[in-house]
Design a binder for this molecule. Structure first.
Ligand code: AMP
Ligand code: ZN
Length: 470
């Protein structure tokens, strides 16, 4: 098989370009991660399936990949205008636990959800609260270059001093900036907080650190710039995120990193995933859903597995919006099941795996080629069906389907997830309840983690603990 040149759509140049890593043979990838103040919904899963598909394809190209995903556990405010409350602090107040505990619980669940979707672990999970010195250092670099100013409530980046500001969205200040411009401290709508001071009145923040500017906490944007630099150095090959990051978060990341590090471009290729929609609107935590936005657990009553959901995400190109519907989800589940049935039937024949015939070999090449044109998953799925419906002998087709399914994380040969025995779950929950009553929180946390690893969520309320399967 020939390795086809990989071409990717670059949001910065708005063109599909050949991908050439800066260091031959190696690629670095940074993906903006979730803010871990609540459960990640189905929409949140989409950018990480994209990042996973990307890193799988980069490895197929023979590249050694270093992939970093961050965890935002401080500094993301309820209001994008650098005002409002810290989402983690707010969730901690509401739940009565500490902000770090809130972050830990939702981070674990997020990772567990990704595992169920066969999203591979990145090389580095970078938590914002564990990179405060790097963030302070980067702000100091910007300050030394005269690019910051001190406002009433924090230190701000002065976008007027950066002639290149806004290159990603090709706007110095966009409508999005106008929306987020409030805040007496700002000189310009596009300016953004690098460091916010802890309020002097009201309850004390849980997450705050001393800094050259006073006690406070970092802005959301500097977190990504500093963590990416710490783990990947001053140049990054590919930076991924959601389409919502283009106008503000990623323009700000570029402004900070390029000015602090003195490099341009900081990132070679910017990739952005499109929305997962529900009733034509993006699935969102803040949307006025009558109930919480759907997450991976909500799929099982529909008879849809995480693998079926992954298949469903592949039915649209990552740059196209995708509408969530029960019918489409069930269709994807059925399609994946049919492919799995072929793989299983082929394995049951006990025929030794044979290299594909030339006709199937050409389809294998076509599958890889589809992925090399800006990760065209829908086209790759179409090729899987050409293989499934081919007249070649079953074992050959089954073997190739299994191989190509693994390439894109479809798990066509994986056994269905094992169910833990209810009695075992009950006994672990009971032990955990005893630990809680004895105020042995270390043991109770450990037991909850153990249950989580078995796919069981325990929910505590004043009336006691209940459990349910993921
Ligand atoms: P958040 O935790 O809200 O910062 O979101 C984490 C990631 O999920 C970001 O990359 C967002 O762009 C992405 N995201 C949020 N909602 C959706 C959606 N409905 N469809 C696709 N991506 C989304
Ligand atoms: Zn980011």
């Amino acid at each position: 098989m020939t390795v086809t040149e990989l071409r990717l759509y670059n949001s910065l140049t708005r063109a599909i370009e050949p991908f050439r890593p800066r260091t031959p043979g190696r690629a670095t990838v940074y993906s903006c991660g979730p803010t871990v103040y609540s459960r990640q919904h189905l929409g949140n899963m989409r950018p990480y399936v994209l990042a996973d598909l990307l890193t799988r394809v980069l490895r197929l190209q023979g590249l050694e990949v270093k992939h970093v995903i961050n965890i935002t556990d401080v500094g993301h405010l309820t209001d994008d205008a650098d005002q409002g409350e810290d989402k983690l602090e707010l969730a901690a107040q509401r739940s009565g636990s500490s902000a770090l505990e809130v972050a830990r619980v939702w981070t674990e669940l997020f990772k567990r959800d990704l595992q169920r979707l066969e999203v591979r672990e990145p090389d580095v999970w970078a938590r914002a609260t564990e990179h405060i010195p790097e963030q302070v250092a980067m702000i100091q670099q910007l300050e030394a270059k005269g690019l910051t100013y001190r406002g009433e409530d924090g230190v701000y980046f002065d976008t007027a001093k950066d002639p290149g500001y806004g290159a990603l969205s090709r706007a110095k200040a966009s409508a999005e900036h106008a929306r987020v411009s409030a805040g007496a401290s700002k000189r310009n709508p596009a300016d953004f907080a690098l460091w916010k001071f802890s309020p002097t009145e009201g309850p004390q923040r849980q997450l705050e650190w001393p800094s050259p500017w006073g006690v406070g906490f970092p802005g959301w944007h500097i977190e990504c710039s500093a963590m990416a630099t710490r783990h990947l150095g001053p140049h990054i090959d590919i930076h991924t995120g959601g389409i919502d990051h283009v106008a503000v978060h990623h323009n700000n990341e570029i402004a900070q990193s390029e000015n602090a590090l003195g490099v341009r471009p900081w990132v070679q290729v910017w990739m952005h995933g499109a929305w997962l929609l529900f009733d034509g609107e993006k699935v969102s935590k803040s949307r006025s859903h009558e109930r919480l936005p759907p997450n991976l657990d909500d799929l099982s009553p529909l008879g849809v597995t995480p693998g079926g959901f992954r298949y469903y995400l592949y039915t649209a190109h990552y740059r196209s919006p995708l509408n969530l519907s029960g019918e489409a989800l069930r269709g994807a589940e059925t399609a994946r099941k049919r492919l799995r049935a072929i793989v299983r039937a082929g394995a049951a024949t006990d025929a030794a795996p044979t290299p594909p015939s030339s006709a199937l070999g050409a389809l294998r090449q076509k599958f890889h080629d589809a992925l090399c044109v800006d990760l065209d998953a829908p086209r790759a799925l179409a090729v899987l069906w050409q293989i499934a419906d081919h007249s070649a002998p079953l074992p050959e087709r089954a073997h190739l389907l299994r191989e190509l399914g693994d390439v894109i994380g479809l798990g066509l040969a994986a056994p269905p997830p094992a169910m833990e025995d209810d009695a075992l779950v009950e006994s672990l929950v009971a032990r955990r309840n005893q630990a809680r009553e004895a105020r042995d929180f270390a043991l109770s946390d450990a037991l909850r983690a153990e249950l989580l690893a078995k796919g069981v969520i325990v929910e505590d309320s004043p009336a006691g603990s209940t459990w349910r399967r993921l």
